[in-house]
Each structure stands twice: as C-alpha cells, then as structure tokens.
Design a protein around this ligand. Structure first.
Ligand code: KG4
Length: 337
C-alpha cells in the first residue's frame, strides 16, 4: 500500500490531498480568490502570506479527514513549479519540513503535469495523447506517448489564455477571475466585433494572446472616445469565439497530425463551456477519445499533484532536502531539479 501526502501552493489556492493506492482519501482546498478579487488579479505578496497562514490548517484538516498521521505516509509530494516564487516556497518549505521530521521521501511535482493527471480521476489514459493545457499562467499543447513522457509541441509566445480572459473581463467591467463571467455573458451576446486571431495562418502550434488583449482594450477605448456604447455581451461572445477558436483549431490539427488516440483538456480554462462543446463536436466520429475533466479538478488542487506523485514514487524520482522551487520549470524537464 502506498500513501502520498501532496501539497499545492503555486498560485492562489492552498491545497493538501492524501491518496492511498490511487484512491483519494481527502482533498482540502483553501482558495484565496475572494481576497484577490478586490485587486482584480492575484497579488503575489498577499498570496504568499496567506499560504503561510493556511498551510497548517489545510494539513491538519487533511490528516483529520483521513484519520491518518504524517507517520502513515510513504512520501511527501509538492508542487515545485511553475508558479509564483513566494507561493511555491511556502508549499516546498512545509513539504521539506514534514519529509525531514518524519524521514519520508520528497517528490517534486510539475504543476502542469498535475493538471494533466487530474484527468486520471475521470478516465484512463490512452497513448499517444494530446493534452490541451489552458490555464491562468500557461497555454500549451503537449504530446504524451506514454506515462510521464511530455513533449511540448506548441505554447504561447506571450500571455496565457486565462490571463487574457482576466484582462478582458476587467475592460468589460466583470469581476475577477474573468473566465466564468465572460463564458456566461457570451451566451447572451452575438459575434458582432471583429477581432484578430494571431498566428492563425502559421504552421506552428504556438499561440499568442497579447495582440487579442490589446485589440479589445483599443476597441473599448475607441468606442469610449467616440461616445459609442460598448455591448459587453457581444464583445464577450466575439472575444470568446476568437480566444477559444484559436485553441480548437490548433488542437484539432495537432490531434490529426500526431495520430493521437485521445485528447484531454487541462487547467482552469478547461472549465470553459464553449471549449468543451467545440472539442466534443470536432472529435465526434473521429475515433479519437476526449476526456473532459470534472469541474472540481479544473482548478488548482493537490489531488492532481498526488496522482503524478504516485507514478514518480514507483519510478523512485525523489529529491533531497536541498531542493529549490522553479517558477519557470518546463514540463519536459520535470526530472531535472
Ligand atoms: O488553472 P488555473 O487556476 O490557473 C493556473 O494555475 O495558472 O486557472 C485559472 C484561470 C483564470 O484565468 C480563470 O479566469 C480561468 O482559469 N477560467 C476560465 C473559466 N473558468 C476559469 N476561463 C474561461 N472560461 C471559464 N469558464
């Protein structure tokens, strides 16, 4: 029997989970989103401090819920990156302290590998597989030919799609985080504004979102200067069509080119209803399976970190106590730390 205690603190969720032979015993998530909403985005310094306040409470709750002690664990897993440096440090220091005090192996886990492996709670992986990783900090297409085998075939050249959603939401006067409000508003609007789809004619699988974001800001400013009305629902719909359209086009092309058996969606933006619907329609009758993650595992949590850690544990991928965080860790270098 293998028990893993996993810690996640890369952004604005402090989370602890415990698994036993793959079964999730507890999944504690303390979100700071209400605090950051006041500022219209995550304030890194505040986030780090709140992690430091919350981590003990989350650990205690995880142990109580599962009726276990630190002594009962086989390994301590922690998100080492990518993420906000101060936030990552809090989780890592907690993990190292437990590993040292209870003499347990320490497993460094890549945050995006976590988002990908969250899908194992929804279905079994089939390889080769295309992972559409879309979150507040990342936008990547990753090919997996086997477990723990990641090849990045495309990524954003500038902003992440979620970050773009959050900035556009601010322009539209929607609250933070902006993904869900835009998703909802777009259902009430029409595609009436013409916005550019960057890199759409390129052969590469790379993305770009800063041009789209700037176009929305310029459009809003121009309308304001002219004294014309901005229709938020129509702009939300026009924006969502382009932002998600870019992902759907590139992901469908990559799925065919790499002859994959399965496509999975991962990360916060995988909660988007239009992305889910478009990918379902595109892959229907193609023989390619689609895993759409349940909503609870689209946001940051430690259950997904534990899933990756189970596999790393079997392969003996452990770190010593000199381990540091890496805010820019690449997924294809997840064994380098
Ligand atoms: O995965 P996540 O917590 O961020 C990182 O770990 O980087 O994802 C948060 C992002 C936010 O930018 C939020 O606006 C976006 O996911 N999001 C959505 C939706 N729900 C959340 N974006 C589009 N549509 C949604 N329904």
């Amino acid at each position: 029997m293998t028990r893993i205690l996993a810690i996640e603190s890369s952004c604005d969720e402090t989370a602890v989970a415990i698994t036993e032979d793959g079964k999730l015993l507890c999944n504690v998530v303390s979100s700071q989103v209400d605090v950051h909403a006041k500022y219209g985005g995550v304030m890194p310094e505040i986030a780090s401090r709140l992690h430091a306040e919350n981590i003990d409470v989350c650990l205690k709750e995880a142990l109580e819920t599962s009726s276990l002690k630190f002594e009962d664990m086989d390994a301590i897993a922690v998100t080492r990156g990518p993420g906000l440096i101060g936030c990552l440090h809090v989780g890592l220091q907690a993990a190292k302290t437990i590993a040292m005090l209870y003499n347990k192996p320490l497993i460094p886990v890549h945050h995006l590998a976590g988002h990908i492996y969250a899908n194992e709670y929804a279905g079994e992986f089939k390889f080769p597989m295309l992972c559409v990783v879309v979150s507040g900090g990342n936008t990547e297409l990753v090919i997996m030919r086997d477990h723990l085998n990641f090849e990045i075939i495309g990524e954003t050249k500038d902003d992440a799609v979620g970050e773009c959603y959050d900035k556009v939401a601010r322009v539209l006067g929607f609250p933070y985080p902006g993904g869900l409000p835009i998703d909802r508003a777009s259902k009430l609007g029409q595609h009436t504004y013409d916005l550019p789809m960057p890199l759409s004619h390129e052969d590469s699988y790379d993305f770009s979102y800063s041009g789209l974001k700037t176009s929305v800001i310029n459009l809003a400013n121009t309308l304001k200067m002219k004294g014309e009305e901005l229709r938020p629902n129509d702009l939300a719909k026009s924006f969502q069509d382009v932002a998600i359209g870019m992902i759907v086009e590139k992901a469908t092309k990559a799925a065919r080119a790499y002859d994959v058996k399965q496509v999975i969606l991962a990360g916060g933006v995988s909660a988007n209803s239009y992305l889910r619907e478009c990918m379902k329609n595109r892959l229907e009758n193609t023989g390619i399976d689609l895993i759409i993650p349940p909503l609870w595992c689209t946001t940051d949590n430690a259950a997904m970190i534990a899933k990756v850690a189970e596999r790393l544990y079997k392969e003996g991928v452990f770190a010593d106590l000199s381990l540091g965080v890496d805010p820019n860790w690449k997924i294809d270098e997840y064994r380098k730390f």
